[in-house]
Design a protein around this ligand. Sequence first.
Ligand code: LMR
Length: 400
Amino acid sequence: MQSLFSPLPAVSGDAIFALVEAFQNDPTPNKVSLSIGTYFDENGNIPVMHAVRQARDMLAQAGTPHPYLPIPGSAAYRNAARSLVFGTNGPEPDRIVTVQSVGGTGALKVGADLLRRTCPEAAIWVSDPTWENHGQIFRQAGFAVREYPYYDAATATVRFAQMLAALQALPKGSIVVLHASCHNPTGVDLSSEQWEALTGLFERQGLIPFFDLAYQGFGQGLEADAAPIRMMARAGLECLVASSFSKNFSLYGERCGALHIVCHDAAAADRALGQVKSLIRGNYSTPPTFGAALIACVLNDTELRRLWAEELEQMRKRLAGLRTRLSATLAQLTGEADAWQYIEQQQGLFSYLRLNPLQVESLRQEHAVYLLKSGRLCVAGLTDGNIDYVGRAIAAAARR
Ligand code: LMR
């Protein structure tokens, strides 16, 4: 019988979550998941950070109720989220709209919907490659999505000259999605000098930066990872930022993020806030309470915040150590001392291995090692217990 849904095309599903599911169904005992961007500790578990644990106990003891939050979210959370992104010398607070969002993805979508209202003719430009979900989010908001050159597979660096040339040719008012740090999927970021050049170009060309900041604290540190955003805001550019606490608070399922909109003045910020509130109310009404309460509790308490920042710094350093170890293991196994150094130069949760899709598939079929078809490997899934095994599997795949 003809169904209401028969005319719809079949959708194959999300590449990242499909791999997580395939991993869960794989009976191989020594399987290794290096696909989704989740930080695991040295025992292969998602950590509950000590600062979060303490905040949870404090909230439980206080018996805090679960009211509706205001449409833009909890004020304590929004203020803390804003100062984490913009620091102490950011634009005047009345020029920045910050609303709580359902994860970083929710911030991207609300931001995209807002932009669609104010510049419906613009195209959205994303890096080639970019996070698997960017295209879908912006297309579902009604935008045409195009790519600017970013990663050079031959050198494992940014094709900066080509990137500049492409952005230079864009019409005024084009929206450009930028990864502030820890580029997903490549782990290859721009230098400060390159960000400066980009800032000048955005000013001259009248481009609109939309930053994705999902891994703050995992690259060079909490402050440095937000520096490109602060640079563009200081230059007077109006910009949007989608920030996420999923990874740096290890609170994935709580879906805590924030959308920040830097405006030229308080009147524009008021207007933007009104629009965003209507988008939220017309979508999910108000954001959830619990994760935001935990984060606000940590960030607004000097001691808990210090503890959290320290734990995050340890996570960051552990990732750097895993990179060094994987690169050295592969150099030793393949006898190619320089060939794997790029793994150490990348930063954040991901490494972009120079493997083709067939080699990646062989990792899964023959060794039950799961990474994305693109070669993206989540470094945070490596442990003392699996790193040598993964190294041997990659070395074998690379020989194919
Ligand atoms: C990823 O890229 O793996 C993470 O950002 C998780 C996700 O939602 O895709």
